[in-house]
Design a protein around this ligand. Structure first.
Ligand code: GTP
Ligand code: MG
Ligand code: ZN
Length: 356
């Protein structure tokens, strides 16, 4: 902590650095965040990145709130993304502070991963239910959310156009066990107040969902704002789809990041996220005869027995298998030793299938 802050807390009344503290809380700083910047620097939060510049929200020592367009060098410690906390000096980002959570996807062009948003507490899995529920997509979003290090929350949108909401909620519960579910409509306002209640001060949330899922509409419903939303044409090509990742400070106290819709293949899969999302399969697997059971025709497999008895749906097991193989593929692109391990697994699998 710098000296001026010490002096401030020893003094009386609300001084400038107290104001800075209050301001940082409205930017989503939590009690557990230790966000220290060097003497002479300011602490800010990235709202939006465009090219080699980022809009950063910060607060002058005198308590004035500022949004500056700041330049960052390509050799900065990390490439800033929306939600990052940064140290500023003279309209330059000098450092990106360590992230406590981050939403990632495989980089479309490179072998690396791309960070979509940083320092999150909640990942809203925004899934429309006006044309039924896309369970496959929901499960993948959940995996990605758990992997980010933040907590997932399902937001079922367009409830005004849904036929059987209780049944859809039931299906959702089975797909993402243990995750809280909200049903909303940006049209009728259903569920918006509850969502506001969850997005209070100290919470940073990001909306994860397919294009056209209703993310920007949710933001507008929460804020009474009029950010342009996608108008979906019959061909499915909507105008005004969100194209940038941007941070908004909500009147209910929280911070919300709106990001462009993702496609199925954009999704990142990691071990932990799969374990959390498919905890029911993990639980069943403890009862398989062999500890390394592949749940694919193995003897004494409790997972497949559960499918046979109707306890677990075949669809869910199939999606789990698909995600497993993609995970292996993504890992192998990043790490040559994983590639070797994967080949070993493939060989084992083909042996198993020959046995069958
Ligand atoms: N009936 C109904 N339509 C909705 C609701 N929410 C959004 N829509 C419509 O769905 C379309 C897509 O909404 P957006 O909010 O732009 O979707 P988005 O998820 O932000 O899409 P991208 O920015 O492309 O990722 C628009 O035509 C909205 O009017 C809702 O609650 N009910
Ligand atoms: Mg949008
Ligand atoms: Zn098994």
């Amino acid at each position: 902590m710098d000296d001026s802050a010490n002096e401030e807390s020893a003094g009386t009344g609300v001084g400038p650095s107290m104001k800075v503290e209050q301001f940082l809380r409205t930017l989503g700083r939590t009690a557990s965040d230790s966000l220290e910047v060097a003497e002479g620097m300011d602490l800010g939060r990235v709202s939006i990145v465009h090219g080699a510049n980022a809009d950063v929200i910060w607060c002058h020592k005198d308590g004035r709130e500022v949004i500056s367009t700041c330049h960052f060098a390509t050799n900065l410690n990390l490439r800033p993304v929306a939600g990052d906390w940064v140290a500023l000096h003279d309209n330059h980002i000098v450092k990106v502070l360590a992230r406590r959570s981050a939403l990632r996807r495989p980089d479309p062009n490179q072998r690396d991963v791309q960070i979509l948003a940083a320092n999150l507490d909640l990942v809203l899995l925004v899934v429309p239910i006006d044309r039924g529920l896309n369970v496959r997509m929901l499960e993948r979003f959940a995996v990605m959310a758990w992997d980010s290090g933040a907590r997932p929350l399902v937001v079922l949108t367009k409830a005004d156009g849904a036929v059987d909401v209780p049944a859809l909620r039931g299906e959702t519960e089975l797909s993402v066990p243990g995750v809280h579910i909200l049903t909303t409509s940006s049209l009728s306002g259903e569920g918006i107040e509850q969502l506001r209640g969850l997005l209070h001060e100290g919470i940073t949330a990001v909306m994860l969902g397919a294009s056209g899922a209703g993310k920007t509409s949710l933001l507008n419903a929460l804020e009474g704002s009029d950010e342009t939303t996608r108008s979906v044409s019959r061909s499915g090509e909507g105008r005004h789809a969100t194209t940038t990742r941007k941070l908004y400070r909500l009147s209910c106290g929280g911070v919300l990041l709106d990001i462009p819709g993702l496609r199925l293949l954009d999704l990142m899969v990691g071990q932990e996220g799969v374990a959390e999302t498919f905890s029911d399969i993990g639980e069943l697997a403890t009862r398989c005869r062999f500890r390394d059971c592949g749940h694919r025709g193995d003897e004494g497999c409790a997972v497949e027995a559960a499918v046979a008895s109707g306890e677990l749906s075949m669809r869910r097991l199939e999606n789990w298998r698909l995600i497993q193989s993609e995970m292996a593929h993504q890992e192998s692109r990043r790490d040559p030793s994983a590639m070797a391990a994967q080949r070993k697994r493939w060989r084992a699998n083909s042996k198993n299938s020959r046995k069958r």
